[in-house]
Write a protein that binds this ligand. Structure first.
Ligand code: CAA
Ligand code: NAD
Length: 299
């Protein structure tokens, strides 16, 4: 298994921008690929803002932040990923789009390259199966906001090779993350627990059992969570949560995983959370911002 020097990241949304940032900060040359030029520009701005925050706090020098930016190449040309040793896919949570991308990556990349997915809930083996290198495919599941959250789930399919896992565990360590090993089951470890909890908070609110503020305060002050569940849903993205819930419900047929009717209606209305400026709360000043903690106006 060769060393990783050049990393590709597909998708420069909430997660892709964060993954590209932490890889560039750790010293990797990074190609950030998007199919939407506006999203690419928003992602680039998000990375610059995040690096500026670290410089402001003194946890990163201006020179190191500039060096990280210098290692990042932003592109809408798929062919620019060709030289990458590792590509991490962080596009929309849609199996058809992801499988199409995996097939194209498999045809483009050198035989030694690894391909990973940041999927929250999809079957990693389904993506591995469309490639001719299934032993070199795994999940690499980061947490939002990527520059702050310390965890990465390394997801092993039933055919991922030990050499691939060893490389990915070492890669996660180089990024300064703590890696945990998960099996290829929907939601892996964290989302298997987190998603039913978040969906249940929507059900409580939908049923009028408590106000959204009280639900959030309850979990913050009663359980020490940094964000209440409805604030966290806005932060993750209601569209992404809706896709995750559908995928997990399809797999388990467990009513606790089913998307609540209100979630579907909010997504249809374009109320996607922080990224659209409105979700359970309003975010008038920061559509497309990555940090939504507590910034929402109570409505
Ligand atoms: N880049 C750089 N710095 C950032 C940042 C970013 N993107 N986001 C926040 N920060 C910094 C802030 O500048 C601040 O720094 P100081 O303490 O030095 O001032 C610090 O982080 C804390 O931020 P805030 O004061 O704005 O707010 P906070 O104390 O509430 O922390 C938070 C923000 C870290 C996001 C915290 O609220 C939190 O941990 N929330 C829960 C996040 C969570 O649960 N994530 C998992 C989501 S689920 C998932 O990711 C999996 C999936 O598949 C869906
Ligand atoms: P997002 O909507 O913020 O970003 C997705 C980006 O992918 C968009 O900018 C879109 O233009 C781009 N894109 C879509 N199709 C593409 C393609 N074919 N090629 C290149 N770019 C493409 O979504 P996100 O929140 O960053 O989620 C991305 C992935 O990460 C999903 O699989 C999601 O489940 C997972 N994830 C999300 C979170 C979270 O908290 N939001 C946490 C962990 C994992």
């Amino acid at each position: 298994m060769p060393d990783i020097t050049r990393v590709g990241v597909c998708g420069c949304g909430l997660m892709g921008a964060g993954i590209a940032q932490v890889a560039a900060t750790a010293g990797f040359n990074v190609v950030s690929y998007e199919n939407d030029a506006h999203a690419l520009e928003r992602g680039r701005a998000r990375i610059q803002q995040s690096l500026a925050k670290f410089v402001e706090k003194g946890s990163l020098s201006r020179a190191d932040a500039d060096a990280a930016i210098g290692r990042l190449r932003f592109t809408t040309t798929f062919d620019d990923l060709r030289e990458c040793d590792l590509v991490i896919e962080a596009i929309v949570e849609n199996p058809v789009a992801k499988k199409d991308l995996f097939a194209r990556l498999d045809a483009l990349l050198a035989p030694h390259a690894l391909i990973c997915t940041n999927t929250s809930s999809l079957c990693v083996m389904e993506m591995a199966a469309v490639t001719k290198r299934p032993t070199q495919v795994a999940g690499l599941h980061f947490f939002n906001p990527v520059p702050i959250m310390k965890l990465v789930e390394v997801v092993k399919t039933i055919v991922t090779s030990q050499a691939t896992l060893d490389t990915l565990l070492a890669f996660a360590r180089t990024l300064g993350k703590k890696a945990i090993l998960a099996q290829d089951t929907p939601g892996f470890i964290v989302n298997r627990l987190l998603v039913p909890y978040l969906l249940y908070a929507i059900r409580m609110y939908e049923a009028g059992l408590a106000s959204k503020e009280d639900i959030d305060e309850g979990m913050k002050l009663g359980c020490g969570h940094p964000m209440g569940p409805l604030t966290l849903l806005d932060f993750v993205g209601l569209d992404t949560t809706y896709y995750i819930a559908q995928i997990m419900f399809d797999e388990f047929k467990d009513p606790l995983m089913a998307p609540p009717p209100l979630l579907k209606r909010m997504v249809l209305a374009g109320h996607l959370g922080v990224k659209s400026g409105k979700g359970f709360y309003d975010y008038p000043s920061q559509p497309h911002s990555q940090s939504g903690s507590g910034a929402g106006t109570r409505t």
